[in-house]
Write a protein that binds this ligand. Structure first.
Ligand SMILES: [Zn+2]
Length: 295
């Protein structure tokens, strides 16, 4: 267990890394660490995360009431409190606006395709919490739907959220989200995306125990999202096609020239049989577009 002093120093360090990596601009972003069953330490309002000092931190209780500190807690503290309510295992929360991941959040494209083995093993998938006005009660509610089943979220038209059993794990998850987003962007620009098969995803998830990675939720069977009793998502959507070959772990979802639609360049896939394949989400978006044009 880290002392309060160490936690303050850790928050300063993580803030510096967020700023240095360009995950935040100006006074964006916020960090919190739960130090016991009743208290957390969080970053203050109106301060660049790259230039904080340990004495700037604010201590609050788990309802957000300030217990000590000269400054005011971040306006997004409510979102952090929601995480601690929904996930008793969470000890730290990092919120930032990393540009590539936030680009996906703005485009409405979740990071849920089985592209990278390491991400499938660690985070699984990163869904998008519906848009809600920052600092209002709506934002924690929008996040709450996904919090029980995910350690990383995109926030529509806003940024990203990572949670963990300690601060550096939460921060590293934020790095993974942005790295995954960058690789996904390059892949889509190149116009080819070979997805891991469903069988390989199952195998990777099976390895979690070996690496000591606790998954908050299993992968949704047949991409059908199941909901928990409180209306929260209870599984992770990971888009991974069934493999047709016996030993094929990677499925060629694309083997023709780039056939990106205007709306999703590089995303629409052309099979070897000349058939254009769209995900359900892409198809829905295209239909909505067409309906709008008709009106
Ligand atoms: Zn924000």
């Amino acid at each position: 267990m880290r002392s309060e002093e160490q936690v303050r120093a850790d928050i300063v360090e993580v803030g510096r890394r967020l700023w240095e990596r360009g995950y935040v601009a100006s006074n964006d972003g916020n960090i919190s660490v739960r130090i016991d069953d009743h208290r957390l330490i969080t970053t203050p309002k109106n301060v660049s995360k790259g230039f904080m000092t340990a004495d700037m931190m604010v201590v609050t209780d788990l309802s957000g009431k300030k217990l000590s500190g000269e400054r005011e807690a971040s306006s997004e503290l409510k979102m952090h409190l929601q995480v601690y309510r929904d996930r008793p295992d969470a000890r730290a929360v990092v919120h930032a606006h990393p540009p590539t991941a936030t680009g996906f959040a703005v485009a409405g494209i979740p990071l849920d395709r089985a592209v990278l083995a390491e991400v499938v093993t660690t985070l699984g998938s990163i869904p998008i919490a519906e848009y809600a006005t920052p600092s209002t009660d709506e934002l924690p509610q929008a996040c709450s739907k996904y919090l029980k089943a995910h350690d990383g979220l995109l926030l529509a038209n806003h940024g990203a959220l990572a949670i963990g059993p300690d601060l550096f794990t939460a921060y590293h998850r934020m790095e993974t989200i942005e790295h995954f987003a960058k690789i996904s962007l390059v892949t889509r620009m190149l116009g080819q995306e070979h997805l891991l098969s469903r069988q390989e995803v199952d195998r990777l998830q099976g390895l979690r125990g070996m690496y000591g990675i606790a998954s908050p939720a299993p992968v949704c069977a047949d991409d059908v999202v199941t909901m928990g009793p409180e209306g929260q998502v209870a599984c992770q959507v990971v888009q991974a096609p069934e493999s047709s070959g016996r030993d094929r772990l990677v499925v060629d979802t694309f083997d023709g020239p780039t056939r990106g639609s205007g709306r999703f360049p590089g995303l629409a896939q052309m099979g070897g049989d000349g058939e254009i394949r769209l995900t359900y989400r892409e198809l829905t978006a295209l239909i909505e577009d067409a309906v709008r044009n008709l009106k």
